[in-house]
Write a protein of this length. Sequence first.
Length: 251
Amino acid sequence: MSPSLAVWKFASCDGCQLTLLDCEDELLTLADQVQIATFAEASSSMIGGPYDVSLVEGSITTPHDERRIREIRDQSKVLVTIGACATAGGVQALRNFADVDEFASVVYARPDYIDTLATSTPAAAHVKVDYQVQGCPIDRGQLLDTLAALLIGRKPRLPAKTVCTECKMRGVTCVLVADGTPCLGPVTHAGCGALCPSHRRGCYGCFGPAATPQIGTLIPLLRRDGMSDGDVDRVFSTFNVAKFAAERGKQ
């Protein structure tokens, strides 16, 4: 029988699932090679587990999410988290640094109906994750390579280099050095192909902190170009805010 693939959504914008749908021709080829058991973004059809591969998008934000991610882990031979929400808690992890009850009281007319956790966390905080495909959204090439690798039984090639390395490989002039533009490329995981710097914009850290990010070295460079402490905090407080905060706490 063909290996089974399940795609699951938690707290997210669905952008990473749409990246899979945007593969179009490659997705048709994939559909011939696997049994797509569950993928609510693409079909209402659902086939029960166990599953050979599960792709998980989104962060864990409710008690129900906690229970469901454990059930999915139990039913999945290989579990792959995709995107910043699933790998780092997403931009919604800004709640981790404030009072979630206060947020709920401002947003909802009846906050007593809201059953939520005080934090937004990645799946790996709750269950064992086999592979992580980072990004906001993920890169379609990385996703396809990961799925192809799992189908033929090899380890996916997920780059460990930084966006800075991708800039050098593409011959992109460093916007931090040449233009004084705030850029997180030196401390951000590769995968986007240096998309923003190639258009003379600083990296926003969409792919999260690199394996050994030298954030303590980068921050003085940001301040040198006129950023205040508040500005520095904000530049790290986006898609991977929780992971960047954890790395800054180590340095």
